[in-house]
Structures are given as structure tokens and as C-alpha cells.
Design a protein around this ligand. Structure first.
Ligand SMILES: Cc1cc2nc3c(=O)[nH]c(=O)nc-3n(C[C@H](O)[C@H](O)[C@H](O)COP(=O)(O)O)c2cc1C
Length: 265
């Protein structure tokens, strides 16, 4: 895999590709992209709907037990985590960034027990296939140059793919540019769908999205524990973000983004 031609070496050879129309997941992925032409439901309409929702399902007439107080597991991070929309682009020390990325998708152990030798990672993965690739858009990190980086988890290395990807350029592809401009780093979760769908078919697409959630949760909990502000972002213009990262949007596409920065006082 070279920087100039990152995908061709992992693409399924044409002769081995299934014939016929695209898989449903491919059509769904395309149809669920955010574009600048989509209409957005007004906030007051959304709020009115939310007010009519029950906080949760309640089953009456069945036995129930009141739970005791919770212990502060995960260093209290699950209780303390909150999505921040005002972040401060204070430089993240490279050590903290390494800790965050290891918690998110780091290699944790060799894997020889399921006949598919991809090493285990910090999150569960259907078939231990690990379909995600982490891109890090750095705006302010002490010891790391700004621009677009890609995580090589096994080597614990950040590859500098595009020094020219500025925070301004990335911000312009998000619905809330101010959040990106306030962040020190933005972790973009890229999915290489084929790694899951070759085995699980349409269901593999589900697994990819589920696994992106695992990674994002690890990242936000670790960020909380280290004292950073963070927010998970689904509000971005897919075609634009994929183009900035250099992904084709079909074989591989950004499925989630996590902005991390200092806590705005
Ligand atoms: C899939 C997903 C997408 C989200 N996208 C955005 C987003 O684009 N912008 C934003 O400000 N918050 C986004 N959020 C954060 C939610 O608004 C937030 O989680 C929710 O308000 C609950 O608040 P909390 O995270 O502080 O508990 C997203 C959350 C999820 C799970």
C-alpha cells in the first residue's frame, strides 16, 4: 500500500467480484449520506416529538428490583462523559494522543485462536476482522505536525498523509465547523467495508457501524479520563469528508468522527 494509491492493493480483484447489482449495503450507504441539499427537520418539530417520547419503556405489573448505587468503574468516565460543543484547541501532548489511539483501536494481543490471524484490538470485532482504519486530523498536538495522519496500530505509528489538510478545510465539510475549529484533533473512523462484508455479506455492514461505536466510546471515555472535552459527530458532508481524506466513498468511507480538544472554560 502506497500513499499515492492506498486502496488498489486491498481491493477484491475484478474477476472475484460478485456479478449483478450492488449489494444493498452499498446502496444504503450511498442513500444515507448527508448532502448540502437535504432538508432538515426544524428544531421545534424535533423537540415536540421528543417531548411525547417516554423516557424508556416501563413494564407495569411485573416484579421489579431497585438497583443499589453504582460503583465508579472506568475511573468514573462513563458518568462524567458529556458531549462538548465548545472545545479549546490547546495542543494535546503526543503521549496523550498515543494513549487515546491505543484505547480506541490499539493492538492488544496476537490472535491465533480463530484461524484468522489479525491481531486482537482494544474493541470487539465480528470475526476479529477489524474493518476500521483511523485517520487523525491534527490541528494542535505537541510533537506532531498538523494535517491528516493515518494510524498504523501494529507499529504504533502515525503516517503523515496530507500536511495540507488544514482545520479550516476539514471544518468546512462539517455541519458545525466551529466544533472542528475548536478541537485539537479530530479522529475520523474510516471503514474498509470489504473486510467484513466478504465474510458476513450485508450483515457485515452492520458490524462495521457497531464497531465504529465501540471505538468512539473507548475514545470518548479515555478522553474524559484524561481531562479532555470530546464530541462524537455524525453531522458531516460525506462526499466532502471522504474526498478530503482520499477515500472513494464506496470501498471505503468515513463512518464517524470524534472531535477532541481542551475543555473550554
Ligand atoms: C451517532 C451520533 C451522532 C452525533 N452527531 C453529532 C453531531 O453531528 N453534532 C453534535 O453536536 N453532536 C452529535 N452527537 C452527540 C449527541 O448530540 C449527544 O450524544 C446527545 O445530545 C447526548 O448528550 P451527551 O453525549 O452529552 O450524553 C452525536 C451522537 C451520536 C451517538
Amino acid at each position: 500500500v502506497t500513499a499515492a494509491d492506498p486502496w488498489t492493493s486491498i481491493l477484491v480483484p475484478e474477476a472475484e467480484q460478485p456479478e449483478g447489482p450492488p449489494a444493498v449495503w452499498e446502496v444504503f450507504h450511498e442513500n444515507s449520506k448527508t448532502t448540502r441539499y437535504a432538508t432538515v427537520m426544524p428544531n421545534d418539530v424535533v423537540a415536540a416529538r421528543m417531548e411525547r417520547m417516554h423516557p424508556s419503556l416501563v413494564h407495569r405489573g411485573v416484579p421489579a428490583v431497585d438497583l443499589p448505587p453504582a460503583a465508579p468503574v472506568l475511573a468514573g468516565a462513563a458518568q462524567a462523559r458529556r458531549s462538548a460543543r465548545e472545545l479549546d484547541p490547546v495542543p494535546i501532548p503526543v503521549g496523550d494522543l498515543a494513549t487515546l489511539l491505543d484505547a480506541a483501536y490499539g493492538v492488544t494481543a496476537a490472535n491465533a485462536d480463530n484461524g484468522y490471524p489479525r491481531p486482537f484490538r482494544a474493541v470487539p470485532s465480528g470475526g476479529a476482522l477489524y474493518p476500521l482504519e483511523l485517520y487523525v486530523a491534527v490541528q494542535a498536538a505537541a510533537g506532531i505536525d498538523p494535517g491528516l495522519h493515518h494510524l498504523e496500530p501494529g507499529a504504533r505509528r502515525l503516517e503523515h498523509l496530507d500536511p495540507g489538510l488544514t482545520a479550516e478545510a476539514l471544518a468546512g465539510a462539517f455541519v458545525q465547523p466551529e466544533v472542528i475549529l475548536g478541537s485539537a484533533v479530530v479522529v475520523l473512523l474510516g471503514a474498509l467495508f470489504e473486510r467484513s462484508t466478504f465474510k458476513y455479506g450485508e450483515r457485515g455492514y452492520r458490524f462495521v457501524l457497531i464497531e465504529a461505536g465501540h471505538v468512539a466510546q473507548n475514545l470518548t471515555l479515555a478522553a474524559t479520563e484524561l481531562g479532555y472535552a470530546s464530541v462524537c459527530l455524525g453531522g458531516y458532508f460525506d462526499h466532502e469528508v471522504d474526498a478530503l481524506v482520499g477515500l472513494d466513498g464506496v470501498t471505503s468511507s468515513i463512518v464517524y468522527a470524534i472531535a477532541i480538544g481542551g475543555r473550554a472554560s
